[in-house]
Design a protein around this ligand. Structure first.
Ligand code: MN
Ligand code: MG
Length: 645
């Protein structure tokens, strides 16, 4: 080690630390971010206003502080950094050569030590991804995303190196310095090849997370890693592994040889007393998975994950003797539910992102049309929403044109769409609200944030009914004459709440859900969808229909009936957002909302509770057919509403 480095380490030993100075204990601090999705500046490009909720520039201030507290730290990112905001989309559209991607530039400036690939790294295709990664000054690792599968995991040709070993030199409490070899393995949900089939084709394959880790972790140890950190772009799901599981971080922690887990993908926070999930082996308060320290640092830079590993040397080898896991938030909700920033943004990160910030603002402020009335998604999870129906109508008109003079011309055409900004884990600001008047490009991004491409399937009437059963399984069973039960099951994300244009139907909530949140059949006898009609006639279960949707859904994501690759009769290249833009341009002015196409079957004397944005109370009249009374605002910032069924 160079003498100046030893001197600087020595001088740091005298700083106050929380661990016993007298023992031969060293501390490695692991700092982690996840699911940044190109959120660098604290600016909400959809709403056109600043936001306290996100931005790596703010997290950067926490990173600097957390680094300064210790002698030895590493900074890791857990994937989904390169796509998922208007800035990310503007960057993906850019054709000039103007230096590195702002996200990569910001991560380089923050001196990230390593990162892994999330599923959204593939959303703009493989070529785009590899071009951006070429500018990264830090290693990217992913052990289960491969170009070619081998006979065993160790023979896979991975897209980027599966693992990396970083060497650091922590000093122990006595001031002795020994090299510490830190093994890092990266893992992503294997379903990415299904979600991004349109972009990836057969160029990328995946392997089961557990299978890849079980092979590569012992290899890391054999290569001399003293400790191993899993960068697991995967949620904290069942603690028992099953094949090709999406949310494998809990199960992964059980693997011998792994010392700490960074989780992500589901945009939750961990540790957190609010964390709900499989309780076996999961300690949400101390941040332990099978006794090992773990963090999931929210999303968009909302939190910094901090894991301290206390290491002792035993017979010349490092051993983790203790650990601490915590999250540090960039903002906090006041008792009134309002989110307030706790720290300032780092000016150097703001400066790095500034050209992209200006370009994104310019792009998103372009005029695209007019809206006759306000459009909002405040009730998109609990009632027919014009924000969703507009997307469905745009898809239908595109597919109709595309199939003209084909064998499918003349078949009845249905279109499926779901809300993207509708509260949930995105929080009480995660709604679309477009005022009547001029429509801007940012509104199209808001209505359709994902880079999905158009697709159409050939389905039967019976499958359309099952499609809706899948969507409407997001509601809890509401027995008659019960009061104030929670209406929604929070395990169902909004993007799987597809409704179908131009069908009409009623929903019987006294029936249990037919499917679980993964689309698995759980109650085969249950049917919630009643009086399903097309142009005033009952839908014939045996009749054939064309169903317009997106590439993600058509590839099978969400487990909807009839959504399999063999049924695809039309497939991109046009993005659903561009199709929406063309639809808005053709209309010029969006007309006033049409009558709702579905409703809950009345249950007089029965009420249920749902949440929405505080501002949603001004729009309860949009709840055609049923009454929703605004209640108070909870500590999570959402306003509660009482729905009279
Ligand atoms: Mn994500
Ligand atoms: Mg993800």
């Amino acid at each position: 080690m160079p003498p100046d480095l030893i001197a600087s380490l020595d001088s740091a030993v005298g700083r106050p630390t929380t661990f016993d100075q007298d023992r031969a204990v060293a501390r490695l601090r692991i700092l982690a971010t996840t699911d940044l999705h190109v959120h660098i500046t604290p600016w909400d490009y959809h709403a056109g206003r600043s936001s306290a909720a996100f931005g790596l520039a703010r997290t950067a201030t926490l990173i600097a502080a957390a680094r300064a507290e210790v002698d030895c730290s590493i900074l890791l990112d857990n994937g989904d950094f390169l796509q998922g905001s208007p800035m990310g989309d503007v960057e993906a559209l850019r054709t000039d050569q103007r230096g590195p991607h702002p996200m990569i530039a910001a991560m380089n400036a923050l001196r990230y030590d390593a990162a892994t690939l999330g599923n959204h790294e593939f959303s703009n295709g493989l070529d785009f991804l590899m071009r951006q990664l070429a500018d990264a000054a830090f290693p990217l690792v992913s052990a289960n995303v491969v170009r070619q599968l081998g006979r065993i995991p160790l023979l896979d040709q991975t897209l980027v190196p599966p693992t990396v070993i970083l060497t650091r030199h922590p000093s122990d409490g006595r001031g002795d310095i020994h090299p510490l070899r830190i093994g890092i393995i990266g893992l992503a949900p294997p379903l990415v090849t299904q979600w991004d089939r349109q972009q990836l084709g057969t160029h990328v394959r995946t392997r089961d997370i557990m299978e890849a880790a079980a092979a590569h972790v012992p290899m890391l140890r054999a290569q001399g890693a003293d400790i191993v950190i899993a960068l697991s772009h995967s949620g904290i799901g069942s603690s028992i592994a099953c094949a090709n599981m999406e949310n494998a971080s809990a199960a992964l922690a059980a693997l011998p040889g792994i010392d700490a887990v960074i989780a992500g993908h589901t945009h939750q926070t961990f540790p957190s007393p609010d964390f709900t999930g499989d309780s076996f082996a999961i300690d949400p308060v101390r941040g332990r998975l099978y006794g090992k320290p773990a963090v999931m640092p929210g999303f968009h830079g909302s939190h910094l994950g901090v894991i301290d590993l206390f290491l002792t040397r035993c017979a010349g080898q490092w051993r983790v003797s203790d650990s601490h896991a915590e999250l540090r938030p960039i903002a906090r909700r006041s008792t009134s539910g309002k989110l307030r920033a706790l720290i300032r943004s780092a000016p150097d990160i703001i400066a790095i992102a500034d050209p992209a910030h200006r370009a994104t603002k310019r792009w998103t402020q372009q005029s695209i049309g007019q809206a006759a009335t306000a459009l909002h998604s405040y009730f998109a999870m609990v009632a027919a929403s014009p924000t969703v129906r507009l997307v469905a109508q745009a898809q239908a008109s595109h597919v109709q044109r595309s199939l003209r003079d084909t064998q499918y011309d003349g078949l009845p055409l249905i279109s499926a769409a779901a809300p993207f900004h509708a509260g949930g884990r995105g929080g009480p600001d995660n709604y679309t609200h477009i005022a009547a008047g001029p429509l801007k490009m940012r509104h199209a991004f808001d209505l359709y944030p994902h880079p999905n491409t158009i697709a159409a399937l050939l389905v039967t009437g019976a499958e359309l009914a099952l499609w809706l059963e899948r969507s409407f399984s997001q509601f809890r069973r509401i027995a008659s004459d019960t009061q104030d039960a929670a209406l929604l099951d929070p395990d169902f994300p909004s993007f799987n709440f597809d409704t179908l244009e131009p069908l009409t139907w009623n929903v019987d909530l006294t029936q249990p859900p037919r499917f679980d949140s993964h689309g698995r059949l759980i109650n085969p006898a249950a049917h919630r969808i009643r009086a399903l009609t097309f142009q005033g006639q009952p839908v014939d279960p045996t009749a054939r229909f064309v169903l317009a949707t997106n590439s993600y859904r058509a590839g099978g994501s969400g487990g909807f009936a009839g959504a399999t690759p063999e049924r695809i009769i039309l497939s991109g290249p046009e993005s659903n957002r561009d199709i929406l833009l063309a639809h808005i341009a053709a209309l010029g002015c969006l007309p006033a909302t049409n009558a709702p196409n579905w409703r809950f079957i009345s249950q007089p004397g029965t009420t249920a509770i749902f949440e929405s944005a505080p501002a949603a109370s001004a729009f309860v009249d949009d709840f055609a057919g049923q009454r929703a009374d605004p209640l108070g605002i909870g500590p999570n910032g959402f306003r509660r509403f009482r729905l009279h069924l």
